[in-house]
Design a binder for this molecule. Structure first.
Ligand code: DGI
Ligand code: FE
Ligand code: FE
Ligand code: FE
Length: 187
C-alpha cells in the first residue's frame, strides 16, 4: 500500500488535529529510521496507522479486547491504553495489513514491551517527539534523539511515568516492564 492510499484510509478515522499528529509521527519515524538504520517503509506504514482506533467507542474497544482474548487487565486500566492493541487488530482485519512487525509496532506504541524491536522503538519515540507535541521535557528528548535512540526512548518513558504519577493515575505494568528492561539493557 502506498503512502497516499494509507493516509486517505486513516484520515477518515481521525479528527483533523489527530491527522496532523499522524503526519508528524510519519515524518519523524522516517527520519529516525534513516538515522538508526530502521526499515523506512515499515516505519512509515506503522506511523500512519498507529492511532487508527483512537476514536472508536469505548464499548466497541472493550468488546474486541474480550472477544480477541487480549489481556483483560487492560480493562482495569485507563481506556487510553486500549486503542493500541485494538488498533493493531483493526488495521489487520479492516485495512488488511498483515505485516507482524508493523502490527506489533501499532500494538505496543502506548505501553512499549520488553525486548522491543527497532521498529517498535522508532514508533514509540516518534509518537512522543513529533513536532506537534508540546509536553514538558519533550525538547530534551528531541535533543537526545539526535544521537541516541535508546536513551531518548528511556527518557520519554520516564517522562510518561512521571506525568502519570503526578496525575495520580495507575501505571500499566507493561509500562514499568518496558522502562526496567530498557534500563537493564543499557547496563
Ligand atoms: O495516542 P497518543 O495520544 O498519540 O499517545 P499514546 O498512545 O502514547 O498515549 C495515550 C495515552 O495513554 C496518554 O494520555 C498517556 C496514557 N498512558 C500511557 N501509558 C500509560 C497510560 N495511562 C496509564 N494509566 N498507564 C500507563 O502505563
Ligand atoms: Fe496512540
Ligand atoms: Fe506514546
Ligand atoms: Fe499517537
Amino acid at each position: 500500500m502506498d503512502r497516499s492510499d494509507a493516509l486517505a484510509i486513516v484520515k477518515k478515522q481521525l479528527t483533523d488535529h489527530r491527522y496532523q499528529h499522524t503526519i508528524g509521527v510519519m515524518n519523524t519515524a522516517i527520519e529516525l529510521a534513516e538515522k538508526y538504520q530502521g526499515d523506512v517503509k515499515k516505519s512509515e506504514l506503522a506511523a500512519i496507522f498507529h492511532d487508527y482506533a483512537k476514536f472508536r467507542p469505548k464499548e466497541e474497544m472493550k468488546q474486541i479486547i474480550i472477544e480477541q482474548k487480549m489481556p483483560s487487565e487492560l480493562l482495569t486500566f485507563n481506556s487510553e491504553l486500549w486503542h493500541a492493541p485494538v488498533g493493531a487488530y483493526l488495521v489487520e482485519t479492516e485495512v488488511g495489513i498483515k505485516d507482524e512487525e508493523v502490527l506489533n509496532a501499532i500494538k505496543y506504541h502506548t505501553s512499549g514491551r520488553i525486548k522491543m524491536t527497532k521498529l517498535e522503538r522508532i514508533i514509540y519515540l516518534a509518537d512522543y517527539i513529533e513536532p506537534n507535541r508540546h509536553f514538558p521535557g519533550v525538547e530534551e528528548v528531541r535533543e537526545i534523539a539526535q544521537t541516541d535512540l535508546n536513551a531518548a526512548l528511556i527518557q520519554s518513558i520516564r517522562n510518561t511515568i512521571l506525568f502519570l504519577v503526578k496525575k495520580n493515575q495507575p501505571i500499566f505494568p507493561e509500562t514499568f516492564l518496558t522502562y526496567n528492561s530498557l534500563l537493564i539493557e543499557q547496563g
